[in-house]
Design a protein around this ligand. Sequence first.
Ligand SMILES: Nc1ncnc2c1ncn2[C@@H]1O[C@H](COP(=O)(O)OP(=O)(O)O)[C@@H](O)[C@H]1O
Ligand SMILES: [Mg+2]
Length: 257
Amino acid sequence: MTIGPDQSNDQFNPGSALAVCAVDVCRHYQMGETLIRAVDGISLQVRRGEFVALLGSSGSGKSSLLNLVAGLDRPTSGAVIVEDRDLARLSREELAKHRLRTVGMVFQSFNLVSRMTLAENVELPLRFAEVDRSQRPALTRHGLERVGLGARITHRPSELSGGEQQRAALARALINQPKLLLADEPTGNLDSHTGTEIMNLMREFNQSLGMTIVMVTHERALAERYAKRMIFLADGKLIDDQANSAVEPASLERERR
Ligand SMILES: Nc1ncnc2c1ncn2[C@@H]1O[C@H](COP(=O)(O)OP(=O)(O)O)[C@@H](O)[C@H]1O
Ligand SMILES: [Mg+2]
């Protein structure tokens, strides 16, 4: 099995062009007598700058796979290499740093800290990353402005709509300038209009910052509209991997608005 990047398309970029490389990855859960093969021998490569959708029905292993890439969980076997680092070789501290700086994550349920203001929520990863205290307010403000929440920085999550909460969660995920954004059903709790706003923001980060995005969804229509590549899982296995030529460029979307 070849682990490196596909050389044929890579002749002008001989360094690693890969954001994610998974090699025969398994995540099995032993539940009493039963072995649940949540991720069951998946190999895949995601290039830097790609916008990939992970599709599959509920229970197909999408979140489990994403959590392995995020370094929130470790595989039972196989290798997960993110930005050229084999996560299995990282110490506990290095893995924490990976979660803090290399990847940003958003979830269906936003996961903001309810007793903190938006500014405090977004500032949190800067504190963990030990960014100088004097720099944090401006970075936080800019991060919230970038998602259109500059006027809401002293609000608490409960004072915001679902879409605004997810935008704040995006600001928090991006505040340490991760190379890779991992989104697990980011629009799952939102109506379609608000979901579209979140997707447009993610596309903008992908296109203007070149940020790699891996997004879990079970909505094929959403994936078809935004992701340049669709990877399908079933029963913990990769069953299909398609380039999506139908994806709509951001410029066209802007014209339509
Ligand atoms: N912590 C866990 N313990 C035991 N089983 C789990 C755990 N997490 C997920 N699973 C099981 O693994 C399978 C895949 O789950 P998941 O990755 O959450 O799927 P998806 O995100 O595609 O809905 C499911 O059968 C689920 O019940
Ligand atoms: Mg899931």
